[in-house]
Design a binder for this molecule. Structure first.
Ligand SMILES: Cc1cc2nc3c(=O)[nH]c(=O)nc-3n(C[C@H](O)[C@H](O)[C@H](O)COP(=O)(O)OP(=O)(O)OC[C@H]3O[C@@H](n4cnc5c(N)ncnc54)[C@H](O)[C@@H]3O)c2cc1C
Length: 482
């Protein structure tokens, strides 16, 4: 039996059929980009009566929008190709980011506290053969994602949101009076629905998810990881944010994360950054094979996979055109929009930041009959114009085996610089809060520590990429919107 087959069996044993189907579907989508090519015959004319104000297509993390929109008095429907609110992720965020759930009216303080499975004293980043860099208030709360999403769905339904499971969007037609959407159901039927606005929340599976970087991520909740404070043990008080255990192998720099969860449980991920066009079908399952094979390099113990978590997370370097909605009355949210950090890929934190302003803009546009003019609504920050190029470099490591350790050396120089800039600035960078001026200081200090970075930057980005990067940073420094 091949390592991939063995991995499939291990995932299947703990995932159950629906999650295995999701994984295989996500993997198959890398073979040919998805298309919305079965549009309804006509689109709503001006003045048409639509079934809903907002159709949220995709009930993953972005399901968070549904109760908030309903609280604004809007008629909302959610459609998901599987079960809306059934998540195959675990989420970490900082406490200050999580407070958005309370402000949004989705949970109260007490419920939020109960949803946090673990809180850490600090997190660490460690690059192979380099130092260990502690930082506080970054991804330091482990959230019970399954319970959160179950509550969000229940809250949405209590507010009158119509939820349609096993409805796959196959095409849409946007007109003067609304957008008509065609769904195929699991039973083989076709349902056509109209709304004034469609939110595309299909994540990396959206045809509009055109961001240039991609982060295949696998892992899950494990039991049996040895506890302690050695590097190959897990300390329940410490979150491991970014850790490498070797150099570039097979053209990729693999990175680990480990977050202590409930008692005796640890969420462990393995991922790599890549350019989207290089990620082939089946990458998640192959990465699972590597996960099981190389886990002993990272953590020891008699480990059992309790709950698998996986996905492709989009990333936009800001060096290529932005993902944008393909038609008026269609708005991208979540990973489809890819406005989250291209360096940390923290889409949960980014969605928490987006919720209130995005709902405000959507509700205002609908109230003023301006929904056809809505552009990007999700949170973005000028910092991403800087971190995007770094992510592009991590996605394009040198392939020559004699240079396998160079990326780790560069990252170690970068993180030792960040650490030396102080905990507040280090944390701000990883929470997407660092001002561009501090980021430029970080770059220049890193290049003093590690002058070999210059030729590497030109090798990966080329002259055009370097000038785009500089222009993005200049816009951020002088205050133009990203
Ligand atoms: C393993 C893993 C761990 C992560 N951990 C963290 C973390 O700790 N902190 C953090 O900030 N971020 C984390 N992220 C990132 C975060 O989970 C994503 O950014 C977030 O889930 C994106 O939300 P979304 O709503 O855009 O898409 P998703 O949550 O991916 O949901 C997409 C939904 O669309 C549905 N869908 C797809 N196609 C169709 C169709 N044609 N018709 C109808 N429905 C469709 C799918 O069934 C799915 O339910 C993690 C990601 C992964 C993969």
């Amino acid at each position: 039996m091949s390592a991939v087959d063995t991995a499939r069996d291990r995932v299947r044993a703990s995932a159950g059929p629906e999650l295995v189907e999701r994984l295989e579907h996500l993997d198959a989508l890398r073979a040919a980009r998805p298309r919305d090519d079965e549009a309804p015959a006509s689109a709503p004319d001006a003045g048409a009566q639509n079934d809903y104000d907002v159709a949220l297509v995709g009930g993953g993390l972005s399901l968070l929008y549904a109760p908030m929109l309903a609280m604004r008095g809007l008629r909302v429907a959610v459609f998901d190709r599987g079960t809306a609110g059934l998540t195959h992720r675990e989420w970490n965020a900082s406490w200050s980011e999580l407070a958005a759930l309370v402000r949004a009216g989705i949970v109260d303080d007490e419920t939020l506290a109960a949803l946090v499975l673990a809180r850490y004293d600090h997190g660490i980043c460690r690059w192979h053969q380099g130092g260990t860099y502690p930082v506080t208030k970054v991804l330091d709360c482990a959230v019970d994602a399954a319970t959160l999403m179950r509550r969000v769905r229940a809250r949405a339904e209590a507010l009158g949101v119509a939820v349609f499971d096993r409805h796959t969007l196959t095409g849409f037609a946007s007109g003067e009076g609304g957008v008509a959407m065609r769904f195929s159901t699991a039973a083989g039927a076709v349902r056509t629905v109209s709304a004034r606005l469609m939110l595309d929340a299909r994540g990396a599976a959206s045809p509009s998810a055109t961001a240039d970087l991609l982060c295949p991520t696998v892992g899950g909740v494990l039991e049996g990881v040895a506890e302690g404070d050695a590097p190959d043990e897990i300390d329940p008080r410490v979150g491991e944010i970014l850790v490498t255990t070797e150099g570039v192998e097979a053209g990729r720099q693999h990175i680990w994360e480990a977050f202590p969860a409930g008692p005796g449980e640890t969420t462990v991920y393995l991922f790599f950054y890549d350019r989207v066009e290089r990620v082939e079908a089946g990458s998640l399952m192959r990465l699972y094979a590597r996960f099981f094979e190389t886990l002993p390099r990272y953590k020891r113990g008699d480990v059992r996979l309790v709950r698998p978590t996986f996905g492709y997370i989009t990333g936009w370097s800001r060096l290529t055109p932005a993902p944008r909605a393909p038609a008026p009355r269609v708005v991208l949210v979540g990973d489809a929009a890819a406005r989250h950090s291209p360096l940390t890929y923290c889409g949960f934190g980014a969605t928490l930041r987006s919720l209130a302003p995005a709902v405000e803009r959507i509700a205002d546009a609908l109230a003023n009959h301006q929904e056809h003019t809505l552009g990007a609504v999700v949170h973005d920050t000028a910092l991403h114009a800087g971190t995007g190029a770094l992510a592009h470099m991590i996605a394009s490591p040198p392939t020559d085996p004699s240079r396998a350790g160079e990326l780790n050396t560069l990252l170690d120089a970068a993180f030792s610089t960040l650490h030396a800039m102080g905990d507040a600035r280090f944390g701000a960078m990883l929470r997407d809060e660092m001002p561009v001026g501090d980021f430029v200081r970080f770059l220049s200090r890193t290049s003093v520590r590690h002058p070999r970075v210059y030729p590497e930057v030109f090798r990966v980005l080329g002259a055009m990429g370097v000038s785009r990067w500089g222009a993005g940073l200049a816009r951020g420094l002088w205050g133009a919107s990203p």
